[in-house]
Unconditional design. Structure first.
Length: 276
């Protein structure tokens, strides 16, 4: 029997170019999931196109607390109307009850926007720059999922994997280990609340355009977990992207590699529900 894994593109709705890339890949069955940034102004106009893939791919919320503008006022975290950088968010979320209250409200707004756009709950939740695992954020995410959705109906991305698996893959090892450390304890916390999580995670990238992303895709399938999830960041570059995100040069390379990607023998791209 083939080893099934979720192949998930992050950042839908970040820009039109990124979103077009993801829609093209979904249409060809090259992805089995994507997470949407529902705080972005493109979300409302693109949600209808994404909804065409309901039932064919997992469509989730890519919780965003570090890029562009929030959906509501955040006097502590975004006094100028723009989210803070990751380090500032992490410090504020850990130290300020006012910041945590603002984060909880923004999570609700972004989930509301997803439900309004697709007319249903997300299939999963994850986070831009893995913000959903940060102290001061993860508790709010877990509470929101538990409060809003029936037990076991959506899943939460766990961006941790074993040090052994990360080292065997040999891609952005230090970065992957840091992310795994930040996510420590998320899985048992989620399971206690009846929230499903993936088991096995890869796709952490150095975002180096000199690398062979096709080869890295194959490395991401080394030592897969029993419910493995691989993230990726394809996109067509547009003028807007350069103003929003540092990951630019590698997005078209990932898009091209994914368009041509055929899983190695014994592996199969699948939705999360098919992993069990």
């Amino acid at each position: 029997m083939a080893t099934r894994f979720v192949l998930c593109a992050d950042d839908f709705a970040l820009t039109r170019g990124v979103s077009r890339s993801i829609l093209e890949l979904l249409a060809l069955g090259k992805l089995s999931a994507t997470g949407a940034m529902t705080n972005r102004p493109h979300w409302k106009s693109l949600a209808g196109e994404l909804s065409a893939f309901s039932g064919r791919a997992d469509l989730g919320l890519h919780l965003n607390l570090t890029c562009a503008a929030p959906l509501g006022a955040m006097a502590r975290l975004a006094p100028g109307g723009t989210f803070p950088k990751l380090g500032e968010l992490a410090r504020a979320a850990g130290a300020s009850s006012a910041a945590r209250a603002e984060i909880e409200a923004e999570i609700a707004r972004q989930l509301d926007a997803f439900e309004e756009g697709l007319g249903r709950a997300p299939d999963f939740v994850d986070g831009h720059q893995h913000v959903h695992v940060l102290p001061g954020v993860r508790g709010a995410v877990l509470r929101a999922i538990q409060r809003r959705y029936p037990e076991g109906t959506i899943y939460l991305r766990d961006p941790a994997d074993s040090a052994s698996a990360i080292r065997q893959r040999g891609v952005a090892v230090g970065k992957a280990l840091v992310i795994a450390g930040l996510a420590f304890g998320l899985r048992p916390q989620a399971l206690r609340r009846g929230i499903r999580v993936n088991r096995g995670f890869s796709g952490v990238s150095p975002f180096d355009p000199a690398r062979d992303f096709t080869a890295d895709l194959r490395r991401f399938l080394i030592a897969p977990g029993p419910a493995h999830l691989v993230m990726c960041h394809p996109g067509h570059v547009d003028d807007e992207l350069a103003t929003l995100d540092p990951v630019i040069a590698t997005r078209p390379l990932e898009h091209a590699a994914l368009m041509a990607f055929v899983p190695p023998r014994g592996f199969e791209i699948a939705r999360f529900s098919a992993l069990f």
